[in-house]
Ligand binder design. Sequence first.
Ligand code: AQP
Length: 350
Amino acid sequence: MAFVERVFSGVQPTGNLHLGNYLGAIVNFVKMQETHNCIYCVVDMHALTQGIDVWGGPTELARNTREVTAAFLAAGIDPKKHIVFNQSQVAGHAELTWIFNCVARIGWLSRMTQFKEKAGKDRENASVGLYDYPVLMAADILLYHATHVPVGEDQKQHLELSRDIAQKFNNDFADSIRAHGIADGLFFPLPEPMITGPATRVMSLRDGTKKMSKSDASDYSRINLTDDADTIAQKIRKAKTDPEPLPTEEKGLETRPEADNLVGIFAALSGRSKQQVLSDFGGGQFSAFKNALVELCVVKLAPIASEMKRLVADPGHVDAILVDGANRAREIAEANMVKTKDIVGFVRKA
Ligand code: AQP
């Protein structure tokens, strides 16, 4: 089947969106609008996979869903030309997950490192949903027959699993797919991860070997998109560094994770390479570099924070965008689910 190029990606409404979400994912969402039809989803069903202490309960979930939507819009996503919606408004995500649950193998899911990290030592007490998270993610993408998925580096393994599920479905149901008029047997596309840019893995400001993350207990580990200028300045000035001056060559960053992370953030925000940043700051002390980084972060993030604030203050407007997006997403999803059910052999109203 010839697939229309379509982008799908999602962000969980589980708390403060940070610079990692922005540089690793949202910046690329914005770019891809110029070349592709895009569907951007606030994945509220994924949020429930962790404990209520992480997603915060019903009021917090609704608030965070609107805030992530506001971040999409404030960063420059156009909800009229593209689709912006929250996952739970389109039933197909859950329906396709069940079919994929019966295609995916337990051994595949057992290898997922994110489950191991998030479940930690208390694995017996993790939700079934957390274990099944990558299958729901495969359903999110393949429900729309999306071909390209912009994500941060941490999602690479889940994307590979989505490709395995698509391929196994195409193989398991090959005869039925052909019988339904798809001569090449390719019903689901194998979605391509788009892991691009200089900041595919932004690290914690407290520990350059740990990913910047919403769920880190320390707020000083991340820059939130809603932080004001003073907070950004404090966090960057307190960010962990080492006693050496910045190197003049990129190679000198290899064994210095904190320096590498800060230079990477500067490069990504300024649209330059790490080497170009080091040409300006290499050989100097961290203090001068940190001052410049504070200024750059504030210039880039302040307009996003103030637009998010404006949008969040008008929940009716944000909800209307999500409903409109969900209606358009549902049309694509339902048409694909009808074909999927026919291929599987589910009897339905003609
Ligand atoms: N540190 C990061 N650097 C680059 N990209 C990142 N992403 C997340 N953290 C970084 C990318 O942001 C998108 C949305 O992520 P998510 O909401 O699905 O949550 P996550 O991947 O589990 O990461 P978070 O935001 O840090 O949440 P927790 O604390 O729950 O782990 C994805 O494309 C992701 O790759």
